[in-house]
Design a protein around this ligand. Structure first.
Ligand code: ADP
Ligand code: MG
Length: 818
């Protein structure tokens, strides 16, 4: 064992500089010397030195009790002894030069790859990954080495700026390079822990690691160490508590002294272990990742090379490289996403010829003239865009976006009518049964203004006079009796039904069309790219329009629905009033009931939205039942109430809806299912229970159920105990009426993941891209379009790596969905 005179020398020097105040080491010099001398005694072999050593009485020194003068004298003799000791020890070699803690350049390609291993090999081929460890990574979705390379840290700690100990500031995240003077096991709060005194040439500082006694053995006296962590104050002195640490050898630092990656880990994966492993994996494998971007594109967009980007995303040299790396990786995600949606659009439009629909008939005029209102300019514009698409031999795929109540249904109906007029069939698909029923009844109502209604049955209506022949409209929902369902399906197959309204599920699964020309899909966020493709695979290539009331910022629409063209109805029908919205405290529930009663007395109707218990429909239904009983027996015994939830039989549901429509019911108690679509203009007040549990967009959808008539409408939001974020939301919804603005706010508050999980939309995951990457998104989109113009099928040899990457990204997504 080599005796560590250097550290003691430094301490003595510091003590001397501090005027012999016994402050160079925390805990006092005597305690430190006692430890030091214990080791020294074992390692001094020369008899002369040993004798002098004994005379110094270092094992039981009394420095603390000496006067300053005595201290100086005693110190001189100690320093002299150390000098002698040093000369005696010289042979053992000089003190190591301090290794550089600067960031080193990325390692050059180390071709240690074993034959047969590729970056698509399972991570178990990596040395140091046991099956057990692999299982833990697997649970994070990391299966192959490629996955591991793309297992990016969620953030980095900046430990790159080294500070002298004398300049440490309490409360800051700081990094120091220091010598270990002393490390020992101590008990802290009854737990075995490690305490160390470390120092540099400006001072010393105490470091403790709770609950980790083993470190005391790892940190040999005078080992060199980088420590990164928050500086706190204990009994007036600086201390690092359980900081990150790393012994300095002649290698690149991983855990400290740099931008240190933090990974989102699962049980059984330790941060230090993962970081160390990642460093090795990246040094070995990142350089073997093929850069799939065509070089001229990469240069044009000024993007970092892929291997470097992967490496820098994990262990960046500095902030700037970290940002550049993220930019490159985010670009890749958006670019691949755009290529994917564009290629789907290409398949969609060119795989089969579409069905051009002749829209220049007088039918449209007849229909529009029959309406009780005139279309708003925004509705007109959207309709024109749709009709222009229908005329084309390429299948339309268009997103029709408009705030709740902006009047999308009538636009869709006009288009469906055009299809029917040209002997095509049309389908209107809704996400829920209730909404399908609602659409059916709305459509029938609108058509019956001209068309003589020939009531055939609940599920089938025939209208004359609109077309030169009778127009047949049918509804297909789960509640239709089996026999009727089969009849309707047969009529659709024979081409005897013009327009069918139903749920997504039913129309997609069970229906064969005779000649489907147009499919309108309501509420797109439950209807992804894949489902749209499924429609096409039924042997048709119909025009498709997707309607959404969820206002998506344009950039986001391009990301998620890049295969769709966009029409926006950005204007409300005239006469709509803002819905007065108020957030009430629990104590105000009674006054809310009083208010509802007053509205009802004036002839209006009310919605009461039940508390959101949990996702389970059964639990929701039970809770709604209880609430309904309570309201109708205790609160409004004299009024007539109806109940609507997911477990009510369809026939009953329809009854309830009908009696609410007709005004028989004063109050409709409902689970949050009414979110979509219900249209009762006489309803002027809504009470939402547990409003704090809904997002802004959802609250806005609820609120859209009222304010559809001429009367001033009200929305009361009850929140028991809202969190800070919920409070912000409630404040915003009270003051903002505009759905788009709310969507933007929602995005800010909740982040894109919650607002619109890319996963549920059927698209590859975005890890590095952010919704705020507007410029990057537009760049990715324009580059994708450019590439397609030049090589539509990615058939050119130089685009092969890209084609492979595209297939991989979209295929793994399809795999996850099934
Ligand atoms: P959403 O876009 O939310 O689906 P709807 O299509 O249900 O909206 O329309 C909401 C209400 O507005 C319906 O009662 C509808 O008849 C009515 N409406 C639609 N267009 C107009 C218009 N141009 N003028 C007046 N009322 C309209
Ligand atoms: Mg609607």
């Amino acid at each position: 064992m080599s005796l560590n005179t250097e550290s003691l020398g430094k301490i003595l020097e510091l003590e001397c500089n501090k005027g012999y105040s016994d402050s160079a080491v925390i805990g006092g010099l005597d305690r430190f010397l006692h430890n030091w001398a214990g080791q020294a005694a074992e390692s001094i072999t020369a008899p002369g030195l040993l004798k002098r050593f004994g005379k110094l009485h270092l094992l039981d020194s009394k420095y603390a009790s000496l006067t300053t003068e005595q201290r100086k004298e005693w110190m001189d003799s100690l320093v002299g002894f150390l000098a002698e000791l040093e000369t005696g020890e010289r042979e053992e070699g000089k003190a190591k030069p301090a290794p550089s803690v600067n960031r080193s350049k990325p390692k050059p390609r180390t071709n240690r790859t074993v034959v047969g291993q590729t970056i698509d090999s399972p991570i178990t081929v990596i040395k140091g990954i046991s099956p057990k460890l692999a299982a833990r990574f697997n649970s994070l979705g990391v299966i192959t080495i490629r996955d591991l390379l793309h297992f990016f840290p969620h953030r980095h700690l900046d430990y790159s700026q080294r500070k002298p100990i004398s300049e440490l500031a309490e409360g800051n995240e700081e990094t120091i390079l220091a010598n270990v003077w002393q490390a020992q096991e101590i008990r802290l709060g009854g737990r075995r822990s490690t305490e160390a005194i470390v120092g540099d040439d400006t001072g010393n500082v105490r470091v403790v690691w709770f609950n980790n006694p083993y470190l005391a053995r790892t940190l040999g006296t005078n080992s060199r160490l980088v420590i990164s962590g928050r500086v706190s104050l204990f009994k007036g002195r600086h201390v690092f508590q359980s900081p990150e640490w790393e012994l300095v050898e002649d290698k690149e630092l991983i855990h400290v002294g740099r931008l240190v990656p933090l990974y989102s880990l699962t049980r059984g994966l330790r941060p230090r272990q993962v970081r160390k492993l990642m460093k090795e994996v990246i040094d070995q494998w990142a350089w073997q990742v093929e850069d799939f971007l065509p070089p001229e594109l990469r240069e044009r967009c000024n993007l970092m090379e892929l291997p470097q980007a992967i490496s820098q995303a994990h262990f960046p040299e500095d902030e700037a490289s970290k940002d550049k790396a993220r930019l490159r990786l985010a670009f890749d995600e958006l670019f691949i996403l755009q290529l994917g949606v564009l290629s789907k659009k290409r398949d969609w439009q060119e795989g089969q010829p579409g069905s051009p629909i002749n829209t220049s008939t007088s039918v449209l005029e007849t229909f529009l003239n029959s309406l009780p209102f005139t279309l708003t300019p925004a509705q007109h514009k959207a309709l024109e865009q749709i009709l222009a698409d229908l005329e084309k031999p390429r299948a339309m795929s268009r997103l029709l976006q408009g705030d709740v109540g902006s009047g999308k249904t009538v636009v869709a109906l006009a288009a469906l009518l055009m299809a029917a007029a040209d002997s095509f069939q049309g389908a209107l698909m809704a996400p829920t049964e209730i909404l399908a029923e609602q659409h059916f009844s709305t459509i029938c109502q609108l058509l019956s203004r001209t068309g003589n209604l020939k009531e055939e049955a609940d599920y089938l209506k025939i209208f004359s006079r609109l077309l030169p022949r009778p127009l047949t409209v049918a509804m297909l929902i789960g509640a239709v009796p089996r026999k009727r369902k089969r009849e309707i399906q047969q009529l659709i197959l024979d081409g005897d039904i013009d327009i069918v309204v139903g749920t997504h599920a039913l129309i997609q699964k069970d229906v064969e069309f005779h000649r489907l020309g147009l499919a309108v899909v309501d509420e797109q966020h439950r209807f992804g790219v894949e489902q749209r493709l499924a429609l096409r695979q039924k042997g048709f290539n119909p025009h498709v329009s997707v309607m959404t009331a969820t206002p998506i910022p344009r950039t986001l629409a391009l990301t998620l629905y890049g295969d769709l063209d966009l029409s926006v109805i950005d204007e409300m029908p005239p006469g709509r009033q803002a819905v007065r919205t108020k957030w009430l405290k629990p104590a105000q529930r009674m006054s809310a009931y009083v208010f509802i009663r007053k509205q009802v007395a004036e002839g209006r109707q009310a919605f009461i939205i039940c508390p959101l218990i949990e996702e389970s429909e059964a639990v929701q239904a039970r809770a709604a039942n209880v609430e309904y009983e309570r309201l109708s027996q205790e609160v409004f015994p004299d009024l007539s109430l109806g109940l609507l939830h997911g477990r009510i039989k369809s026939t009953e549901k329809e009854d309830v809806m009908r009696s609410f429509h007709s005004g028989e019911l004063n109050i409709l108690v409902a689970t949050p299912v009414v979110e979509v679509g219900i249209d009762v203009p006489n309803a002027s007040v809504m009470l939402v229970e547990s409003a704090d549990r809904f997002g802004l967009s959802q609250l806005h959808q609820f609120r859209g159920r009222v304010g559809r008539g001429q009367e001033q409408s009200y929305c009361m939001l009850l929140a028991e105990n809202p969190s800070q974020v919920a409070r912000e939301r409630l404040d915003i919804i009270e003051n903002v009426q505009d759905g788009f603005q709310l969507a933007e706010e929602d995005l800010k508050l909740r982040g894109p993941g919650e607002f619109f999980g890319t996963r549920q939309s059927g698209l590859p995951d975005l890890k590095m891209a952010r919704l705020s990457d507007v410029g990057l998104l537009e760049l990715a989109r324009s580059e994708a379009i450019r590439l397609f113009e030049n090589d539509k099928n990615l058939a050119k040899p130089e685009h092969q790596p890209l084609a492979k990457e595209l297939a991989r990204a979209w295929m793994s997504q399809a795999g996850e969905q099934s």
